[in-house]
Write a protein that binds this ligand. Structure first.
Ligand code: AMP
Ligand code: MG
Length: 480
């Protein structure tokens, strides 16, 4: 079968990648297939689904695949590794989609590559289902993200703490170029490779930068802008990525690498779920600062392409990075304004919003439920949302100066305040049923609910609820 793949990345010089075929698996079985995505990619969904087990396990490659593992480096929890690369992912190629954009097709968990180091090149079913569910939920929330086309169970066990069922995820991305891809060549002083990579990124993601006086600076600026928008999106829905290493930050501005990520239940700025993040480096409210740190690492790799004079290059890059946090903050405040039903701007809105978050934190109020209930309160003119007591009259007073009919305001609020997020306890339960009992119904149901996060779905309101005390998930694991 042909998937209509082209190979602009494979055409880059040899030091960008290593040719590697997926290692065949014993008994592939496609357990989830994303038909709407297949259609959006312009694939023949029936034909592809019919071959899914063979195609998306890597047992039978599409005839037009050119499988390879991408090279990259990265700062992991602040420590630089000059050579990471795809240790278990294999890029098959890219496909020109009906929207005119190229998208990578990659198999994650496809076997050993020269970058595997101590790892086994494989992935467990639970984490791959988790990535599928979370990435598709993010997409439905309207947040840029890699997508998931299929999960194939391999019929083989992978050893983690004990044996677990193995699986391969087919990941679709605008590209898999990371900050760490640039770092890989910068660490080697390979300016020629950096220039080629920059050209690739301009063609793929930032064609306008081609015309700029300083294309490298223009790309940096565009990436900074997309990351500011992305981080504001994450925070508006309570998303915590969990492993914001530079190898997990995509130059495309997509959310990438769903490991121990999680959504806030009760609001707390210091919330961390990832079991490996003992210091809270990647806590909810630290994320914008970390993004800026990562962007600074990105900027450093571009310095030789920005100006022959390194002092001037540093100055230029600094001027582009410096506004990041302010840009992020403006975008977040705009989101939060919309979340509390405001269409006008007043200088004190930031303070009003901070008092709301402070009240939520003090009361341990659920982030998602609180905002959703504000829409009900706006509609009914009520001053009653659990935990927000003294803040509500301040809000009501502000609404008086924001002319909008109550019903319209409530409807607008419901379009930006999700009712359904991938609650950690629901995700865990769905994955457990699938991996322990082979029962995919809870997974399918949760996936279906999360396709329409902003709609009231009366038959499944229980999925809006935060976890009861005994259901609360305290730690998430990346499962690598
Ligand atoms: P991650 O934490 O998933 O972002 O991965 C960090 C690095 O470890 C990347 O270079 C991965 O390719 C590599 N890696 C993660 N899991 C495995 C595995 N099971 N086998 C080989 N390499 C892996
Ligand atoms: Mg990664």
């Amino acid at each position: 079968m042909h998937l209509g793949l082209t190979h602009s990345y494979a055409a880059l010089p040899e030091r960008f990648h290593l040719v590697r075929r997926p290692t065949p698996v014993q008994a592939p079985r496609c357990v989830v297939f994303n038909r709407p995505l297949a259609l959006a990619l312009g694939l023949d969904a029936d034909a592809v689904e019919g071959q899914a087990a063979a195609l998306f396990s890597g047992n039978v490659l599409p005839e037009d695949a050119q499988p390879l593992a991408m090279a990259y480096a990265g700062h992991q929890f602040g420590h630089f590794s000059p050579r990471l690369g795809d240790g278990r992912a294999i890029l098959l190629g890219e496909r020109r989609c009906p929207d005119g954009l190229l998208r990578d097709v990659q198999l994650k968990g496809a076997g050993l590559t020269p970058f595997s180091r101590g790892g086994d090149g494989r992935a467990a079913l639970g984490p791959m289902l988790r990535e599928y569910l979370l990435s598709e939920a993010m997409h439905a929330l309207g947040i840029p993200t890699t997508r998931s086309l299929a999960v194939v169970a391999t019929g083989e066990a992978v050893m983690r703490d004990g044996p677990l069922p193995g699986a391969i995820l087919t990941r679709i991305a605008g590209s898999h170029i990371r900050v760490g891809t640039f770092q890989y060549f910068a660490a080697q002083g390979d300016v020629d490779a950096l220039q080629r990579l920059l050209d690739f990124v301009i063609d793929r993601h930032y064609p306008d930068a081609r015309q700029a006086d300083n294309p490298a600076l223009a790309v940096l600026q565009a990436v900074v802008k997309r990351q500011a928008a992305l981080l504001a999106d994450w925070l508006r829905v309570g998303f915590i990525h969990g492993v914001m290493n530079t190898d997990n930050m995509a130059i495309s501005g997509e959310t990438i690498d769903y490991g121990p990520c999680a959504f806030l239940d009760a609001y707390h700025p210091d919330q961390v779920f990832s079991a490996i993040d003992q210091q809270g480096r990647y806590a909810y409210a630290n994320q914008p600062g970390i993004a800026q740190w990562n962007l600074t690492r990105f900027a450093e790799t571009l310095l030789p392409l920005m100006d022959d004079d390194s002092e001037r290059a540093i100055q230029k890059a600094g001027d582009v990075i410096q506004p990041f946090l302010g840009d992020f903050e403006t975008r977040l405040v705009d989101h939060l304004r919309a979340k509390i039903g405001l269409v006008t701007r007043e200088p004190d809105d930031g303070a009003l919003l901070n008092r709301l978050l402070g009240a939520m934190q003090a009361q341990g109020a659920d982030f998602t439920v609180s905002f959703r209930r504000l829409a009900d309160a706006a509609e009914q003119g009520l001053c009653d949302v659990a935990g927000l007591g003294a803040w509500l009259p301040q809000w009501q007073a502000r609404l008086q100066r924001d002319p909008q009919p109550a019903a319209e305001r409530a409807a607008a609020m419901r379009r930006v305040n999700p009712a359904y997020i991938p609650r950690n306890h629901r995700v865990e339960a769905a994955l457990q049923a699938a991996t322990d009992d082979g029962d995919f119904r809870p997974f399918e149901q949760l996936l279906a609910i999360l396709q329409r996060p902003y709609d009231e779905q009366p038959e499944v309101v229980a999925y809006q609820q935060p976890p009861a005390a005994h259901e609360r998930v305290l730690n998430t694991f990346c499962g690598t």
